[in-house]
Design a protein around this ligand. Structure first.
Ligand code: GTP
Ligand code: MG
Length: 226
């Protein structure tokens, strides 16, 4: 048993080394990168599509899409107007730094300002594998239920921003926003939160402003986080 733990530790530290390398490559080319994590179906790709449509007249966007088996999400990102690279994890429930490293090889980083990485839909594994991106973002969604911060604390603790998607469904599903946000506040005090509906477009402006501001800070050289 002790041996097995050592192996896991080695894998994680190898991952962190490559994540660092990824971030150096991104920084050298001036690419600001977000790691978007969520449970399956929360709206990661929907948010990516909106972000591409809102920001692509101001900056060059690329998407790296992690999926177990298909290229459906990368195709959606490409159709929305971004350069898109698909990673098929072949069963793995998360992206890791090596996978992102391979995807970066396929991109002309010098020509990109913003990189959106869509992680595999999962609320546990992705958090254990840093990728070298500058921010970790969690997309929660109303139909998942208001107890998720309490049940998946690691994910809520480790992110830099939180989107609460599908607020258009609040009248139809039981979701106590106060209870949900209380859980978030305990785990990650002051976490920047964006209530949103990718269906109606509500809340998208604040999200776009957050990205624009983060990129501005990054381009001033004050941001090497994650
Ligand atoms: N009502 C409602 N539906 C939404 C919203 N955002 C996304 N959806 C729907 O939710 C479903 C999943 O959206 P996706 O963007 O594919 O979710 P995802 O997180 O990328 O899913 P995976 O990549 O499979 O994990 C789709 O049917 C979307 O149309 C929203 O704000 N409101
Ligand atoms: Mg998706």
């Amino acid at each position: 048993m002790a041996k097995r733990i050592q192996v896991v530790e080695k894998i994680l530290s190898a991952n962190d080394r490559i994540a660092q390398e990824n971030q150096q490559r991104l920084d050298l080319a001036g690419v600001f990168a977000l790691n978007l994590m969520a449970s399956p179906g929360a709206g990661k790709t929907a948010l990516i599509e909106h972000t591409i449509r809102h920001l692509s007249d101001q900056m060059a966007l690329a998407v790296v899409d992690g999926d177990v088996a298909t290229s459906i999400d990368a195709d959606r990102a490409a159709a929305a107007g971004a350069i898109a690279v698909q990673i098929n994890t072949g069963g793995e429930c998360h992206l890791d730094a090596v996978m992102l490293h391979g995807a970066l090889d396929q991109l002309d980083l010098e020509a990109i300002d913003l990189l959106l990485v869509e992680n595999v839909g999962n609320l546990i594994c992705p958090m254990s594998f840093q990728l070298g991106t500058h921010r970790n973002v969690l997309i929660a969604s109303v139909p998942e239920g208001d107890d998720k911060p309490y049940k998946y604390p690691g994910m809520y603790r480790g992110v830099d921003a939180l989107v609460i998607n599908k607020i258009d469904l609040l009248p139809y599903v039981p979701f106590d926003m106060e209870y949900f946000q209380r859980g978030v506040e305990i785990l990650n005090p002051g976490l920047e939160t964006f209530p949103m509906s990718c269906r109606t477009g509500e809340g998208l402006e604040a999200w776009m402003a957050w990205i624009q501001n983060a990129i501005l800070e990054y381009s001033k050289g004050g941001d090497q986080s994650n």
